[in-house]
Design a binder for this molecule. Structure first.
Ligand SMILES: [Zn+2]
Length: 88
């Protein structure tokens, strides 16, 4: 299996993190792919040249909120310092 040759695109700006010169292009089975070395953004280009975000985009996956664990609820007690004051 040959690893795809990834080439940096000079002046390209990442659509995800807006950093310049972090976008690499490479072909997989003749389909152009792009990814960003800065934030991990990745997409492919369809036959029309439109960017199609890859499923590997960690940014989208990470955006999903994790379900809260009901067993990890923390109860905090804040003792009222005024109640501790003894009258002088
Ligand atoms: Zn990026």
């Amino acid at each position: 299996m040959n690893q795809p040759v990834k080439r940096f695109i000079a002046g390209a700006v990442c659509p995800a993190c807006s950093t310049m010169d972090t976008i690499r292009m490479f072909d997989v089975d003749g389909v152009p792919h792009r990814d960003c070395v800065e934030c991990g953004y990745a997409d492919t280009l369809d036959e029309r040249g439109n960017a199609v975000p890859s499923e590997l985009t960690t940014r989208v996956n990470a955006a999903k909120p994790k379900p809260a664990k009901p067993t990890t609820q923390t109860v905090q007690f804040f003792p009222n310092p005024r109640l501790k004051k003894k009258p002088e």
